[in-house]
Write a protein that binds this ligand. Sequence first.
Ligand SMILES: Nc1nc2c(ncn2[C@@H]2O[C@H](COP(=O)(O)OP(=O)(O)OP(=O)(O)O)[C@@H](O)[C@H]2O)c(=O)[nH]1
Ligand SMILES: [Mg+2]
Length: 297
Amino acid sequence: MKKTGFIAIVGRANVGKSTLLNAMLGEKVSIVSKKPQTTRNRIMGILTQGDNQFVFVDTPGMHKPKTTLGTYMVKAINGAVADVDAAILVADASYLPGDIEKKLIEKLRALDLPILLVLNKTDLASPAQIAETITAYAALGEYASVIPLCAMKNDGVGIVLAEAEKLLPEGDFIFDEDALTDQPERQIASEVIREKILRTTDDEIPHGCAVVIEEFKESRDMVKIRAEIYCERESHKRILIGKGGATLKTIGSYAREDLEKFFGVKIYLDLWVRVKENWRDKPSAVYDFGYKPQDND
Ligand SMILES: Nc1nc2c(ncn2[C@@H]2O[C@H](COP(=O)(O)OP(=O)(O)OP(=O)(O)O)[C@@H](O)[C@H]2O)c(=O)[nH]1
Ligand SMILES: [Mg+2]
């Protein structure tokens, strides 16, 4: 008998949701950075093991939106949990539950979803701290299970899969057995480039960047990708390009390395930087840059 289920991964920004997803899949489908609000879209990661198909849905970190883009991100979280069989709530093992966690727990309970509580980053917490965090979460209600782990070192991640398996409903597979993600190739390319911007530049700049793939041309042994990076100011553009183009070159070579690994072919990457002032507050620009409302938002 086959089992197939949708499992949303939710939590505040920067707790390691995307890291956990990648660890469970053993492949990188969702970008990761040390800056909060890295994930902007719902991203599906699919894992088929024997008779079980897990469809994990990574979501943006829950936060109070301040821009049109932020509002879109919070809608994406709400849309993602509306239609799943269970949720993995990721929180930091070193911190007691805050407002964001309490509200998320309430929301998941209202939807009657079983919750797997993952307390991540145990490498940064003492055993006493972890125990205290567990006690504080226990006071907020019941969970299908509580799993302290370290996603970054892939330590304890198997337990999440074993526990999630118990929550899968019976049903035929929805995706091919070898499917890994629902993201189109262009979106993967744009996300990988955005990750390298997040990792290469500081503060305001990466949060104000969007990457649009203008060309994605496959030939027999190579893919040519032309991407435009939109930022919010001329001064940001100068920083992104760097002295003599050095920063853009770094972003490009890291991105190319990852993309070659992911697609398994040679990549020719052509990057351009453009300015679109305050695009994060402009609904038409947010939409044009690929942050479109989805069916159940
Ligand atoms: N020390 C430590 N760091 C971790 C662990 N898991 C993730 N991180 C780091 O935490 C940061 C955030 O990780 P992400 O996976 O991007 O977090 P996220 O919850 O998806 O963040 P958003 O997409 O912004 O909501 C990155 O720098 C990760 O390397 C862990 O187990 N231990
Ligand atoms: Mg993320």
